[in-house]
Design a binder for this molecule. Structure first.
Ligand code: FMN
Length: 142
């Protein structure tokens, strides 16, 4: 069984700092996640993060503690946290999805002109995860 935890948060960094933040975050995330068999996906747009983490429960809860202490984001809103039969992102130590029209369309269909993951409800998460799983793009984000 895989423990899955999804959350949304908002960056605390000014616009010009974001690319550096993302590079650092993905580097740190992938180093740790590879060592500790954590997988997942990270999306960033319009000042907001959405991330889903999958792995051993004790390890994911440890990452969550680190996330709460991390000054690069705030307003963490937790969505689902629980065991799933199979993780979605087992191929990726941390799949990064940059701004994407399918995600934008999804938020538009919900009445938002911007990526507003803090406004989502628990029941929206499966659709968002499916989109993030299906989007194919190169690893580089710049
Ligand atoms: C949006 C966001 C996502 C992150 N994702 C991960 C992650 O998947 N795995 C991880 O180990 N750290 C992740 N981090 C970084 C951790 O919060 C932490 O800064 C980093 O792991 C270094 O922790 P340490 O100082 O305890 O070694 C993320 C940070 C942010 C802001």
């Amino acid at each position: 069984m895989t423990f899955q935890l999804c959350y949304a948060s908002k960056t605390t960094s000014p616009h010009h700092q974001i690319l550096n933040d993302l590079r650092d975050i993905l580097g740190e995330a992938r180093d740790f996640n590879i060592l500790h068999q954590v997988q997942g996906v990270l999306y960033f747009a319009d000042e907001h993060f959405f991330q889903c983490l999958e792995g051993e429960e004790v390890v994911i809860l440890h990452v969550l503690e680190k996330l709460y202490k991390d000054p690069r984001h705030h307003q963490i809103k937790l969505f689902r946290a629980g065991h799933v039969d199979q993780g979605h992102f087992s191929q990726w130590s941390m799949k990064y999805v940059r701004r994407n029209s399918k995600i934008q369309q999804y938020f538009e269909s919900k009445g938002y002109n911007h990526f507003r993951p803090l406004s989502l409800d628990e029941q929206d998460i499966p659709t968002l995860l499916k989109l993030l799983y299906e989007i194919e793009q190169p690893e580089e984000f710049v």
